[in-house]
Design a protein around this ligand. Structure first.
Ligand code: COA
Length: 262
């Protein structure tokens, strides 16, 4: 599919998705959100052989969040239209959050508002030392609503309360401290660092990695200890019995590399 505001590029097992409105620091407009939603919805069909996704932004910044001009315009739409629109955005973030392969965020410049929300739905985030983050919505008289489930799951209630009510911008070092990002490096080293993460991912069983993502989500959402036991026992039993699990265990015992690393 051809996109106007995304560049999607596949090299071997890695698909790179680049937000591409650099003049406005990759701010989300309706079309870009729709393209991201469509890319995520198509992924299960189009992704044969893809084992990692890297999301980044063209130009000086990762993403400046919602396009203020677009937000101003949609405010004049009916309440029903606004609710439908926000629900579609929420669904887009959820689809990205639940992609069955690891998603690596590549952050330079700034990740603000929805841009920081996009960071929160990545599994691994590598940020440049100078990158700035912020859930700055209150500064515009709005709130970080649809991204909040994903952000709170990443940084916890306490940091979310502080950062949502102040709307303060914070440096990569702070984002690292609260596990919103996982590596902070000089900007020139972003791609090498991401390549190292990709190499780790390619050494793991693809189905096991997908199951590991689901496991984290399911256990985090478990009702109680009994529910967690049920979820984890079933997940482990399935993996042990799977062809991939059998191949991984056999390869270890036979001192060879498992088939998925070829
Ligand atoms: N919506 C619409 N336009 C935006 C935008 C946004 N969220 N963020 C940046 N832009 C535009 C600017 O208006 C500017 O346009 P101009 O060239 O016509 O003046 C252009 O992008 C470049 O922005 P600038 O601020 O000069 O770039 P910078 O590299 O110095 O800073 C940011 C980048 C992201 C830190 C800064 O643009 C910013 O803070 N943006 C606002 C982010 C925000 O509040 N988002 C919350 C949305 S809910």
């Amino acid at each position: 599919m051809a996109y106007r505001f995304l560049v999607v590029d596949r090299k071997g097992p890695v698909e790179r998705v680049t937000l591409n409105r650099p003049d406005v620091r990759n701010a989300f407009n309706a079309e870009m959100l729709a393209e991201l939603a469509s890319w995520a919805a198509d992924f299960p069909k189009s992704s044969s052989g893809v084992r990692a996704v890297v999301i980044g932004g063209a130009g000086k910044a990762f993403c400046a969040g919602a396009d203020a001009a677009w937000l101003k315009k949609v405010a004049q739409h009916s309440e029903d239209d606004n609710i439908r629109d926000a629900a579609a955005t929420s669904q887009m973030f959820r689809a990205l959050d639940e992609l069955p392969v690891p998603v690596i965020g590549r952050v330079q410049g700034a990740a603000i508002g929805g841009g920081a929300g996009l960071v929160a739905v990545c599994d691994v985030v590598v940020a440049a030392e100078e990158a700035v983050f912020g859930f700055t919505e209150v500064k515009l008289g709005i709130i970080p609503a649809v991204i909040s489930p994903f952000v709170i799951a990443k940084i916890g209630v306490s940091a979310a309360r502080e950062l949502f009510v102040t709307g303060a911008r914070f440096p990569a070092a702070r984002a690292y401290k609260m596990d919103l990002v996982h590596a902070v490096v000089p900007e020139a080293e972003l791609d090498d660092t991401i390549d190292r993460y990709v190499a780790e991912i390619l050494a793991g069983g693809p189905q096991a990695i997908a199951a590991a993502k689901t496991l984290v989500r399911d256990v985090a959402g478990a009702q109680d200890a009994a529910d967690a036991t049920r979820i984890t026992a079933k997940a482990l039993a399935e993996r042990r019995a799977s062809d991939e699990g059998q191949e991984g265990l056999r390869a270890f015992l036979e001192k060879r590399k498992p088939g998925w690393t070829r």
